[in-house]
Write a protein that binds this ligand. Structure first.
Ligand code: UDX
Ligand code: UDX
Length: 429
């Protein structure tokens, strides 16, 4: 099929590359000229395992191209995905101006039947607005249907997630459009739910909010465990093995970050408010998440007392492993607080240091974990990259000025750390 993807960010690129891999012809459009130039040089502006090779292969096979003109992309395609950013406004609600502008430009370029698919995460009723906008600006030229088809991919495993989705949600009132998308996704062999557009939009916010609720629940449990001498890992394992609960997304730590959970939880609260429902449960989820970073910072402070002029080593900057994404990364808050208290920070992350430099210019960036440890008063673990799990801890201990590790992701066994002679503090254990 002929597909156009508007917005070549994380979601747009991964969706485009996957659809091209399945044999479709994909045109990716982005209004960022620099991004398009980079993609046309066979480079990728983001780090996502496997994406570069896949995009390069698809481009060289002539199945994927990158342009800045929506008009051109729309005219040459049957299915048009909208995957532009929907960033949060100051009040937490989503800024839909990019979606609206794209809908208008799509409308002005209709030349025959098109299915316009919203992939961006948007508040319920956006699909209706997109349909109204297209109808108004197309002035009767060309037929179209609007579909809500949210994505559930996780950064770091986005390609795997796109090829192996738990479900595909197709929200539309048009049988013709639903059938076209069912055909498009057929090779993925995934369960498909065809529903109305409003339900599809709510499914996305509800899914992310529920996962965020699980994380905040685990973080709340961590406090109870710590105060009572229990171990949160044992507790969440015991709870999660109940198949009604499920063990995933119950890891306590420094809280959730990234481009989705913080934004989607606050957007869902705002959506509820607009619909005159006070979603107090989610407000609490958000509050727990915000205070989790403070709690971890206080742990560092309690352990080290005065931070002024102390060298603190930080391992992990990205909001989670296997990505270079620094959006809403807990590391930024923790490091900023350390700097405010006069500490000197050395840090390492396997992928995100280039992006981190723009946000945190006043810290020392190191070549690896051992360089971070050298001469530091303590080591603080913020992102659970596998290479930190596999470090030579004896060597780390020798390099540190004091054998102190504060682990915000519970990656080591407390008993083993004690045996090795570390002062080791983690979350809820
Ligand atoms: C996506 C979704 O759009 C968002 O709603 C969802 O919650 C998370 O995933 P993401 O792909 O991560 O966002 O965003 P980003 O990497 O910022 O990519 C958006 C792209 O759209 C950028 O490349 C940007 O240049 C482009 N864009 C934005 C346009 O082409 N036109 C616009 O008007 C605005
Ligand atoms: C998320 C959703 O998982 C995905 O379905 C959606 O489409 C986009 O948002 P992503 O933000 O890429 O994906 O990462 P995810 O793996 O969900 O992690 C989000 C945050 O939660 C990270 O900061 C992570 O460290 C944190 N987290 C996750 C925890 O603190 N504990 C957990 O148990 C799981």
């Amino acid at each position: 099929m002929k597909v156009c993807i508007i917005g070549a960010g994380y979601v747009g690129l991964v969706t485009g590359a996957t659809l091209a891999e399945l044999g479709n012809r994909v045109i990716c459009v982005d209004n960022n000229e620099e991004k398009i130039a980079i993609l046309n040089r066979d480079e990728i502006p983001i780090y996502e395992p496997g994406l570069k090779e896949m995009v390069r292969g698809a481009r060289q096979a002539g199945r994927m191209s990158f342009i800045t003109s929506i008009a051109e992309g729309v005219k040459a395609s049957d299915i048009i995905f909208i995957a532009v950013s929907t960033p949060p406004k100051a009040d937490g609600s989503a800024d839909l101006s990019a979606v609206a502008a794209v809908a208008r430009e799509v409308a002005e370029n209709l030349n025959g039947y098109k299915v316009v698919v919203d992939k961006s995460t948007v508040p319920v009723k956006t699909g209706e607005k997109v349909a109204e906008t297209i109808k108004r600006y197309s002035k009767g030229n060309g037929e179209f249907d609007v579909v809500s088809n949210p994505e559930f991919l996780r950064e770091g495993s986005a390609i795997y997630d796109t090829f192996h989705p738990d479900r595909i949600i197709i929200g539309t009132s048009s049988r013709k459009a639903a059938d076209l998308l069912i055909e498009l996704y057929k090779p993925l062999n995934a369960p498909v739910i065809v529903t109305d557009i409003n339900s599809a939009e709510i499914i996305k916010h509800a899914a992310n909010s529920f996962l965020a609720t699980k994380i905040s629940f685990a973080n709340a449990l961590a406090h109870i465990c710590e105060a009572s001498g229990a171990n949160v890992e044992e507790v969440t394992r015991g709870v999660g093995l109940d198949s009604r609960v499920g063990s995933r997304f119950l890891n306590a730590g420094v809280g959730y970050g990234g481009s989705c959970f913080p934004k989607d939880v606050s957007a869902f609260i705002a959506i509820a408010e607009e619909l005159r429902y006070d979603f107090g449960l989610l407000k609490e989820v958000e509050r727990i998440n915000k205070t989790q970073v403070d709690y971890f910072f206080n742990k560092i402070k309690e352990t080290l007392w005065i931070l002024e002029d102390k060298i603190i080593g930080v391992l992990g900057l990205a909001f989670k492993p296997d990505t270079d994404d620094m959006r809403n990364a807990p590391s930024v808050k923790i490091i900023s607080r350390l700097l405010e208290e006069g500490a000197r920070v050395k840090a390492f992350d396997p992928r995100s240091m280039e992006k981190a430099r723009e946000i945190l210019p006043d810290i020392e960036y190191c070549d690896g974990p051992y360089q971070v440890a050298e001469g530091a008063e303590a080591l603080v673990i913020v992102t659970e990259w596998n290479e930190f799990r596999e470090m030579d801890l004896k060597r780390i201990k020798e390099l540190l000025h004091q054998p102190i590790i504060l682990d915000g992701r519970n990656i080591y066994d407390p008993a083993k750390m004690e045996k090795l002679g570390f002062i080791y503090k983690s979350v809820g254990r």
